[in-house]
Ligand binder design. Structure first.
Ligand SMILES: NC(=O)C1=CN([C@@H]2O[C@H](COP(=O)(O)OP(=O)(O)OC[C@H]3O[C@@H](n4cnc5c(N)ncnc54)[C@H](OP(=O)(O)O)[C@@H]3O)[C@@H](O)[C@H]2O)C=CC1
Ligand SMILES: O=C(O)CCC(=O)C(=O)O
Length: 425
């Protein structure tokens, strides 16, 4: 390994350490010439920008934003934009690398990217968030475009933020460019089914994983960490499938009902109060951490990275973990969970439904022809099922974990694209 990798951080909870360790595992199982590991570990392009913001009170704050394009060998870079105080360049690099593997694994013609601005949108007005979005978009505009890099929503962003990004890009280009971002509102060239696509994909593979373990979904128990764009619809769809969702959490706390939470009523409570905390038909858990250790059939981490780590993995009692979030399990935790026989459905497979329907949205926008929601959902289910079967089959043939199988399959696809393009002449 050369300079870039030698300088890498080493902490178990650093997402870049996790992403690079997963890549190194995959490369070790494959047969490529020297340089492939370094090349795939290194982002193709990184932009760090200042985002000056005039606050509503007249003061000026200078925020920091990033956009990292990890790989472009199979098509334009694709991946979400995150507004969160925890955004760092290392985090964005890791998330961009995971996007590359995700797009390759589910065979959509993209490389991986990710972006973010380090601030907590909960402390800012709608007007301030719009100004941050527009300035960030302008600053990274040289590397954006419908054939180069196509953002989408992630933590702290939504379809309104995507509309502002599309508008800023389009105004600068002089015409409307629908294909420059996905996750837009349906009224503005978005796709039916995109808003719930990540959750729908998570639930598709969660149900497949329960069946794989011989657990009947009807009456099985689940805990969901995070009640945002991914966790909320995952809880709803699990409940609709007959799974008893016994606990959910957000940043403010966690609620629990061993008999099963009434998810529609909980959703109404969150709409009214902004948090799951205080939901009448439930008991509070001491802290969000407790949710991760409940004795449930299924655990769905759908919030942030590294929540399952060296310190707590041994306390997990779930049979199946389906990763709605990116990078919720550190490599040290993975080893503990694998030894304990927990089936972990990895992020790049489990949460790929979002980018799959983003791809459908981009295809529809480029064709200016929109599909029905049933059509979108059927195509999504078909791709999730194919990816699930591919990963499970590969893992079984080699007697390896689903994470190792998924990463190896994806890395091989990307490495072969580099070879086909003439990496080793
Ligand atoms: N949106 C998408 O299409 C996709 C998202 N993902 C991944 O899914 C994860 C969630 O993203 P998304 O739902 O879009 O983001 P949101 O911002 O919509 O929701 C994040 C949720 O996580 C909660 N949260 C944050 N920190 C914690 C914590 N420490 N403990 C418990 N809950 C916490 C938030 O709480 P609160 O509500 O209180 O703020 C919120 O409910 C991320 O890892 C993202 O990268 C992956 C694929 C696609
Ligand atoms: O929909 C997309 O393009 C990307 C979604 C995303 O950021 C992710 O899958 O982590």
């Amino acid at each position: 390994m050369t300079g870039t990798l030698a300088a890498a951080p080493t902490h178990d909870r650093n997402p870049l350490v996790a992403a690079r360790s997963q890549l190194a595992d995959a490369i070790a199982a494959l047969d490529y010439g020297p340089g492939m590991l370094d090349m795939l570990a290194t982002p193709r392009r990184e932009v760090t920008v200042s985002v000056p913001l005039r606050r509503d009170d007249g003061s000026v704050e200078v925020l920091v934003g990033h956009r990292v394009q990890h790989n472009l060998s199979r098509g334009p870079a694709k991946g979400g934009v995150r507004f969160s105080p925890d955004v760092t360049l290392d985090e964005v690099r890791a998330l961009a690398m995971w996007m590359t593997w995700k797009c390759a694994l589910v065979n959509i013609p993209y490389g991986g990217a990710k972006g973010g601005v380090a601030f907590d949108p909960r402390g800012y007005s709608r007007g301030e968030i719009q100004r941050v979005t527009r300035r960030y978009t302008s600053e990274i505009m040289p590397i954006l475009g419908p054939t180069t890099d196509i953002p989408a929503p992630d933590i702290g962003t939504d379809e309104q933020v995507m509309s502002w990004m599309m508008d800023t890009y389009s105004v600068n280009r002089g015409h409307t460019v629908l294909g420059v971002v996905t996750g837009k509102p349906v009224a503005l060239g978005g796709s039916l089914g995109r808003a719930s696509a990540t959750s729908r994909g998570v639930v598709h593979v969660a149900l497949a994983a329960l069946a794989h373990r011989g657990i009947v979904a009807a009456g099985a128990t689940a805990a969901v960490q995070g009640f945002g764009k991914v966790g909320r619809d995952a809880a709803r769809l699990l409940a609709e499938a007959g799974v008893r969702v016994v606990a959910v959490s957000d940043q403010y706390g966690a609620v629990h009902d061993p008999a099963g939470l009434g998810v529609p009523a909980l959703m109404r409570h969150v709409d009214e109060t902004g948090s799951v905390v205080g939901f009448a038909a439930s008991e509070p858990l001491d802290d969000g951490e407790e949710l991760l250790h409940l004795d449930v059939d299924l655990l769905v981490p759908a919030a942030v990275e590294a929540v399952l780590n060296a310190d707590n993995a041994h306390r997990v009692r779930a049979s199946v973990i389906t990763e709605g979030a990116n990078g919720p399990t550190t490599p040290a935790a993975d080893a503990v969970l694998e030894a304990a026989g927990v089936l972990v459905v990895p992020d790049i497979l489990a949460n790929a439904g979002g980018v799959i329907v983003s791809y459908f949205e981009w295809v529809q926008a480029n064709q200016a022809y929109w599909w029905s929601e049933d059509d979108v959902n059927a195509r999504l289910a078909e791709r999730m099922q194919a990816a699930w079967e591919g990963v499970v089959g590969y893992a079984a043939r080699r007697d390896i974990s689903l994470r190792r199988a998924a990463t190896t399959l994806a890395v091989e696809t990307v490495a072969n694209a580099h070879l086909a393009r003439g990496l080793y002449p």
